[in-house]
Design a protein around this ligand. Structure first.
Ligand code: UD1
Length: 346
């Protein structure tokens, strides 16, 4: 039997990373996690073990620590690809502390790319974001839409990272890379053993909704209802995290199928459907039977009005499209919220 392909997954204990570990194991890859636990909990490893029924190798290191990175490649010997999730992602924090974002998000990618070159490994899947589009002029937004000036250092770090990969590609060096531009990841694994773990008060909509329903937060504020959308609230493309995780497996499969040692592409990962904040809240209430205590507040600085993905390229290039519904994602997120107290993730 051919041995399994070893894939280094940076940030593999985090929200999208942990779900991707499950799908990689399922697909016959051997993931190895590198995570500094700066925004994740070590107990997630136990949950991963329960779901996958095997231990997943874990290194507690920072991606910016190039000697630690080299060490992992030396010890593991035959790593054949990297999925690079590890990054800071809080938009507001990035405005207050931009250097943290440039140092961590850009520095870690440069370290990874350097070590990949040293070890003559070409395959890289990079976590990018639909934030690179800003507020697009036409919807749905496709990969060929212009990249507008980033609204935050976080967004800028994603744009710069994509450019760095492009520059390495343009240098003629051997590299095979796919940057996945995620829309809004939500939901949790259906086992309710892994999910989103915001530290402190959540910034993102769904964790705020589930925490409000669970009584942890008193009230949800809808950030503005005077946008030029059907119900006045912002519209996003919410993608179930398990579907998103599967897109990473498809991206790896694609990289291994491409014979040319010089390949780079960017692909949207979304559902193609736009949902307003109010429709998310009402779907939550319908599906779970829980009322959400919410009020309409002012707009949040930096929010864009409306974005959703043109998903034709993900189907064409990766053979991937979203399978789960908003209802699935909401139910899974709610079950995860309810199960959290039973898990010791510290
Ligand atoms: C943001 C980032 C995105 C990043 C993602 C994950 C931008 C433009 N987007 O997405 O790049 O990948 O976070 O961290 O920088 N909302 C409320 N009340 C709340 C929370 C949110 O009304 O308490 C609304 C927001 O105004 C928005 C929608 O819900 O319209 C989704 O917000 P959120 O979950 O924070 O994601 P984004 O801002 O779209």
């Amino acid at each position: 039997m051919a041995s399994k392909k070893k894939i280094l997954v940076t940030g593999g204990v985090g929200f999208i990373g942990s779900h991707t570990i499950v799908e990689l194991v399922e697909a016959g890859y051997e993931p190895i996690i590198l995570d500094n636990l700066s925004n994740s909990k070590i107990g997630v490893l136990k949950s991963l073990e329960k779901i996958t029924k095997r231990a997943v190798k874990f290194y507690e290191n920072d991606c910016n620590d190039i000697s630690a990175l080299r060490n992992i490649f030396r010890i593991e010997k035959n790593i054949v690809g990297v999925i690079h999730f590890a990054a800071n992602k809080a938009v507001g924090e990035s405005v207050v502390d931009p250097l943290k974002y440039y140092h961590n998000n850009i520095g870690s990618l440069v370290s990874i790319l350097s070590v990949l070159q040293e070890y003559s490994i070409t395959n890289l899947v990079f976590s990018s974001s639909c934030t690179v589009y800003g507020q697009p002029e036409t919807l749905p937004v496709s990969e060929s839409s212009p990249i507008l000036k980033a609204q935050s250092p976080y967004g800028n770090s994603k744009q710069i990272c994509e450019e760095i990969i492009t520059d390495v590609f343009n240098s003629g060096k051997a590299i095979k890379a796919i940057s996945l531009r995620y829309f809004n990841p939500i939901g949790a694994h259906e086992s309710a053993l892994i999910g989103e773990l915001p530290l402190g008060v959540p910034n993102n909509l769904i964790p705020f909704v589930t925490q409000t329903a669970a009584g942890i937060r008193e009230e949800l504020t809808v950030f503005g209802n005077d946008y030029n959308t059907a119900d006045g609230t912002c519209v996003r493309d919410y993608i179930h995290v398990v579907d998103l995780a599967k897109a990473h497996v498809k991206a790896l499969d694609k990289l291994f199928a491409v014979k040319d040692e010089h390949y780079h592409d960017v692909v949207n990962v979304g559902t193609g459907k736009g949902e307003s904040v109010l429709s998310v809240i009402h779907t939550f209430e319908t599906i779970t039977g829980q009322k959400i205590n919410y009020k309409i507040g002012p707009r949040r600085a930096g929010d864009i009005q409306e974005i959703y993905a043109d998903v034709s390229k993900s189907l064409e290039v990766l053979g991937w499209s979203a399978e789960k519904t908003m209802g699935d994602a909401i139910l899974d997120a709610w079950n995860w919220q309810k199960n959290l107290k039973n898990l010791n993730l510290v």
